[in-house]
Design a binder for this molecule. Structure first.
Ligand code: 5GP
Ligand code: MG
Length: 178
């Protein structure tokens, strides 16, 4: 079994490229069906979703737009800790069908925060499309309309996802091995 070493961690392939692309096509097909006659705007959450977004969007056959956003974390002055801010949303989403493209949903706190921010801008609808979901860690009630894979709680890299900035440039998805 081919392994990948990144710094102190060793990883092994857990989802091969062919399986990823099969699920990406399935989800794109669902979006094509659900949004027929509409012109959705995709919002890909950087950095991790850049590979998924590239593959997904090329399977979408609708007239559509894509924009890239980022959530910047700051050390807040409040005791609650990190405060997040939406960076780079330069598309007017008022009245639009927004599809958020995310790499992975873990606790779900990031996605809950993001959907809350977007709702303030009066979109017609907001749908969540994630490559990966760790249902075992989910702490909030999220409506996840599109999902390629549910995975165990182990740490993964590849296909856009990183460990300390490395490992984004693999075609397969890897899971840490101990
Ligand atoms: P949440 O707010 O859902 O807990 O956090 C989601 C974020 O945590 C993802 O966007 C990603 O940056 C990070 N994350 C969670 N699990 C993993 C994982 O297994 N691998 C990597 N590379 N990032 C993860
Ligand atoms: Mg992410």
């Amino acid at each position: 079994m081919e392994t990948l070493q990144i710094k102190d961690k060793k990883f092994a392939v857990s989802i091969p490229e062919a399986e990823i692309l099969e699920q990406v096509r399935r989800v794109a097909g669902e979006i094509n069906r659900d949004f027929a006659g509409r012109e959705p705007v995709f919002l890909a959450v950087l950095n991790g979703s850049f590979v998924f977004a590239a593959d997904l969007l090329r399977e979408v056959k609708l007239p559509s737009q894509i924009s890239f956003i980022k959530l910047a974390s700051y050390e807040g002055t409040a005791s609650s800790g990190a405060v997040k801010e939406l960076v780079g949303l330069n598309t007017d989403i008022a009245g639009r069908d927004v599809i958020i493209v995310e790499d992975i949903i873990d606790s779900g706190l990031t996605m809950e925060y993001l959907t809350g921010l977007l709702a303030q801008r009066h979109p017609h609808s907001v749908s969540v499309c994630t490559l990966l979901l760790k249902p075992g860690n989910l702490k909030v009630n999220l409506d996840i309309r599109y999902k390629c894979f549910s995975i165990p709680n182990d740490f993964i890299v590849g296909y856009g996802l990183d460990y300390d900035g490395y490992g984004r440039n693999t075609r397969d998805i890897y899971t840490v091995v101990d």
